[in-house]
Design a binder for this molecule. Sequence first.
Ligand SMILES: [Zn+2]
Length: 304
Amino acid sequence: MPANTISLSYIEIPPKPFVLPAAVRSLSTKSYNIDMQFIDSHAHLNDPAFDADREELLSRTLPQAGISHSIEIGCSPEEWQPALELASRYPALVHAVLGVHPEYACKTTSTHLQELAALLPDPRNVAVGEIGLDYTCFEYTDKETQQKTFSQMLALANQTQKPVVLHVRRIGEDYAAYEDTFYALKHEWKGSSVTAHPGVLHCFCARYEEAKRALDMGLLLGLNGCFSYKKNEYIREAVKKAGADKIILETDCPYLSPQGKRGQRNDPANIPLIGQFVADYLNIPLEALAEITTRNTKALYGLS
Ligand SMILES: [Zn+2]
């Protein structure tokens, strides 16, 4: 090394501030035309928020944004048939996931459970979900009913050998909802041997501790707009430790729009933007993230 050259190897480069990536900041959803392929692994396109432009989104906007598949979650008895019907109308693009969300557990009867058992093997349905424990919604369904319904859902997943889409929500810093979810999975769930991944922890919003327990069970982590919110550094750190191989992308639309679009309706065309946040944070090209998450989502749901 020449004498007048100073080695910079000891200088610590400060971490990049987490801001909306410049490359995507100016993109409008409709002009986002790329060669990369993405999947929205968790959407609610049958929500009334899409009544005015659902067909436009599915037939034009999503294909233009590089969205090859959108997984429609039907998580209450009234949503099961509409989810399957959407999959019938867009057979290449939409697949359904059926189950009982913990919030609706108290409204679910034994007749509903029989109906669900009959619908789950339908080839348009690719998983059981979203199911789990939500300790923020006891005003709708108490803890015991949630736990009972979750057990019934796990029994149906065992019976049909479908992967599970898990919804877990905690109260503040109390992680009991995760603790109880992992306990139920460990004791009551056999895991799907049909698909390469037995399930996903949708809307991953926890620490590495919970991520690690999920990964040890073979679960993937579903990342959405929450990953991009400024205050959620702990989620980003957990995901960085977990690694890109363990993640898939989702919107949970119409909710949880990514940073920069908060307050607006979310839709699956925002998946490349969510992907850009994740790729920037993990320091990998968006193309690589698109490929990995598409492969993971196809392996989870058994898509071709
Ligand atoms: Zn959802």
